[in-house]
Write a protein that binds this ligand. Structure first.
Ligand SMILES: O=C(O)CCC(=O)C(=O)O
Length: 336
């Protein structure tokens, strides 16, 4: 089966050499309209609920997707946070809306990942995030890290692609990511727990290069920033007047460690696999969340449907209590 090539050889080379590539035209902006509208509906439902409960007076119905939550958050942090929690999903683990699934399995995106991975056997991870980064509050500023800092150590050398997808043009002003190029071939750096909002953090002195060499990953709506799991990155404050909306999704080849077909009965509440179990089966890079097949030429019947995806994610959430980090890193305080 000949599937179209989405990326040029030059773009794939850039990904491999630099640890990332920004592709400005993976989607037509219209492809992302359903997810924007789904987010708008979610916001509106929560706003109406808060209003009906007598907690919120000004509905800010005149404001669009990029501004409404920010205005409500300014009026009342409590209401703003309630809306953000509803959109981000449990523990920040991403809502299960069909419109998100449609982006995760979108052919244009999977074509690009298949080009990078060099295979048409592609698995997506339930480790994905919806990130509404509000202007001028610290929430959503992510410290330096490699995604592998959150994954199991035995996956350090596996390729897991992060696809960072802005739903508005991402700029330095609204807090796009900063990426440290050409530093993804080495070991996973020392991370610490205790960053803001519970994020893991690499201290500047532990970064594989001078953070002043980082580049701003500005990306228009419709574009995607593709990064490796060992590419150090962070994101900076949103100093604009609107919300920087983005999604980050993750993909790997099916032969990288995954939990396809496994039910998480052997994952402990802390999200760590039980020791006896992990000797018998290959443990996924991020065991607390479900992986699922998004493309398979050798076994098309294994490609996950929306209903299977929802069921699998819900089962994992019930058993593991939602996403948690799996790596045991030291706490910031004890290191200083
Ligand atoms: O969206 C951001 O600001 C940060 C994203 C990030 O750190 C990630 O996708 O791993």
């Amino acid at each position: 089966m000949n599937l179209p090539e989405k990326l040029s050889p030059e773009q794939v080379r850039q990904f491999n050499d630099e640890g990332f590539v920004i592709v400005p035209d993976v989607f037509d902006p219209a492809d992302l309209e359903p997810i924007r509208q789904a987010m708008e509906r979610m916001i509106d439902e929560k706003v109406q609920e808060l209003h009906a409960d007598g907690k919120l007076e000004n509905l800010h119905e005149e404001l669009d997707f990029d501004r409404r939550v920010a205005a409500i958050h300014r009026d009342s942090k409590e209401n703003g946070e309630a809306i953000l929690r509803a959109i981000e999903g449990r523990s920040g683990g991403g809502v299960n809306a069909p419109e998100i699934f449609d982006v995760i399995v979108h052919d244009k995106l999977i074509d690009a990942c298949a080009d990078i991975l060099g295979t048409q056997e592609v698995v997506a991870s339930s480790v994905y995030r919806v990130r509404p980064k509000l202007p001028n509050i610290g929430r959503g500023n992510v410290p330096w890290h490699q995604d592998s800092g959150y994954f199991q150590k035995h996956c350090d050398k596996s390729m897991i692609i992060t696809c960072w997808i802005p739903l508005v043009d991402a700029t330095v002003e609204n807090g796009c990511m900063q990426i440290l190029p050409k530093t993804h071939q080495g070991e996973v750096a020392l991370h610490h727990t205790g960053g803001n909002q519970g994020f893991f953090v690499i201290r500047d002195e532990d970064l594989p290069d001078d953070p002043r060499k980082s580049v701003a990953a500005e990306c228009p709506r419709g574009g995607v920033v593709f990064m490796t799991n060992r590419t150090p990155h962070c994101s900076t404050p949103n100093t604009s007047d609107h919300v920087r909306w983005s999604l980050d999704l993750r993909y790997q080849a099916i032969d990288a460690p995954n939990n396809i077909g496994l039910m998480p009965t052997k994952i402990t509440k802390r999200g760590r696999p039980d020791a006896a179990f992990s000797k018998k089966v290959q443990i996924a890079c991020y065991p607390p969340d479900a992986d699922f097949v998004v493309r398979s030429v050798t076994d098309p019947s294994s490609v996950t449907t929306y209903d299977e995806y929802v069921q699998r994610r819900q089962t994992y959430e019930q058993i593991t209590g939602g996403p948690v980090g799996t790596n045991r890193w030291p706490a910031l305080a004890t290191a200083e």
